[in-house]
Design a protein around this ligand. Structure first.
Ligand code: NDP
Length: 408
């Protein structure tokens, strides 16, 4: 029997959207709790939610690196579901606290150790038996990409094909925030992700190619619906790892993201001078981590929303086979930065990442998804989820399409 109680951890750009969208579903979420490292951000979100929707939420201070602090907060609140939209560094401590208290867990990004710019599911998949034995669910990567991107693949397979051969995930931000350089979500996490060596999966193995800032990186111009032609770069993204495992018969999967030449030039310079380093350096008698210092200088991603114009276009081009006949579909969402700001005061990157975990929580609250263990999104039923995501502001289109070339 659930009580309609939700605990959200993390009150940044994504956490704000999650809290607003929970407030907009009062029939499901009767008590909303928002916790973060400091009270300042949760309290500002609480005031905005009261002003916009006349809904009361409760705020809490918690250090999510500390399991005992999390456990005592969870015991006090007794949530049915916890949504983790803090940083990937906190995934394991929050999962440990959920295990200790028997609470279902949802996140949007896989675990990454703070001292190693490396992310993969192995650490969280290792919790499979523990969650199973406890009889609770951990749903991993329930944002837009990963998240909806995984579900677009599961949906196209379920609706149209016996098997899927090729997947290209394409993520375009065709927006303009007016700053010379800024990242759209947490700068530290974003820069760690995009400066990595690139990998995609083809014919049973991972193929490595140069990082996006390398002049020999793999890129091409893709003509996005509504947004038009944009330079799109091959990038490693975490959903590739789970989709390779969970989409039987898959022959190739690639992930592409748009970057402007201005963004790449800035990133190249920052990398060359060492300000993206994640190890400690000595400065003025103190130890500092350069990327953390850089984060302090860059605009807060949530603050970009005010004057953001343009759209995001994120989707998948999928080639599959039905009754021996091959065809290709393109499934995508278009989201408008300014409209997100009007609705919940956020830009479209936070909005597209924040709506899906709320839809996932609704699936759990309504008992539409159930089970025990650790799940990636594509292992769950995509149809009711995508319906809920659409109802909450992120509808999708499916069109017949041509496959992207093998070699780019
Ligand atoms: P922000 O940096 O804006 O917000 C992170 C929040 O977590 C802040 O409120 C921060 O508090 C809080 N926090 C950090 N450390 C702790 C801690 N130890 N204890 C408690 N709270 C803590 O990030 P975003 O909102 O942009 O991103 C949130 C998550 O969403 C990230 O994991 C990101 O990777 C993921 N994401 C997923 C996407 C997807 O499509 N799947 C897309 C975009 C983001 P404070 O401000 O005080 O530091």
């Amino acid at each position: 029997m659930n009580t309609g109680t939700i605990l959200i951890i993390g009150a940044g750009g994504v956490g704000s959207v999650v809290a607003h969208k929970c407030a907009l579903n009062p029939q499901i979420f009767k008590k909303i709790h928002l916790a973060s490292r400091n009270l300042e951000k949760p309290d500002a979100i609480k005031a905005d939610i009261k002003k916009r929707w006349n809904v009361d939420i409760e705020t809490h201070q918690v250090d999510a690196d500390k399991v005992p602090e999390l456990v005592s907060l969870i015991r006090e609140i007794k949530p049915d579901v916890l949504i983790n939209v803090a940083l990937p560094y906190q995934d394991l401590t929050i999962m440990d606290a959920c295990l200790e208290t028997g609470v279902n867990y949802i996140d949007t990004a896989n675990y990454e150790p703070i001292d190693e710019a490396h992310f993969e599911y192995s650490w969280q998949w290792a919790y499979q038996d523990k969650f199973k034995n406890k009889g609770i669910m951990a749903i991993l990567g329930a944002g837009f990409d990963p998240g909806v991107s995984n579900m677009y693949c599961a949906y196209i397979l379920k609706k149209f094909y016996d098997k899927v051969r090729f997947i290209d995930i394409l993520d375009a931000n065709a927006g303009n925030h007016g700053h010379t350089f800024a990242t759209n979500f947490n700068p530290e996490i974003n820069i760690r992700e995009v400066t990595q060596i690139v990998r995609h999966w083809e014919n049973g193995k991972w193929i490595e190619t140069p990082a996006i800032i390398d002049p020999t990186s793999v890129h091409f111009t893709f003509d996005y619906p509504i947004a038009g032609p944009k330079d799109s770069y091959l990038l490693y993204h975490e959903e590739l790892e789970s989709l390779v495992k969970n989409m039987p018969g898959l022959e190739r999967i690639r992930f592409w993201m748009t970057f402007s030449s201005n963004y790449l030039t800035h990133l190249r310079v920052m990398q060359n001078i060492g300000i993206t380093r994640i190890d400690e350096v000595e400065f003025d008698g103190k130890k500092i981590v350069p990327i953390k210092f850089l984060k302090a200088l860059l605009p807060n991603p949530a603050s970009l929303a005010t004057n953001y114009t343009g759209k995001t276009v994120i989707g998948c081009i999928i080639t599959g086979v039905k009754d021996g006949k091959e065809s290709t579909k393109y499934i995508y969402n278009v989201c408008d930065h300014a409209e997100c700001f009007k609705e919940v005061g956020s830009q479209a990157i936070s909005y597209t990442a924040g709506v899906p975990p709320v839809a996932a929580a609704i699936m759990l609250m309504k008992g539409i998804w159930s089970g025990a263990g650790v799940f990636n999104m594509e292992q769950l039923d995509p149809e009711p989820f995508l319906e809920e995501v659409s109802k909450n502001g992120l509808p999708f289109e499916v069109v017949d399409y041509s496959p992207l070339p093998d070699k780019i």
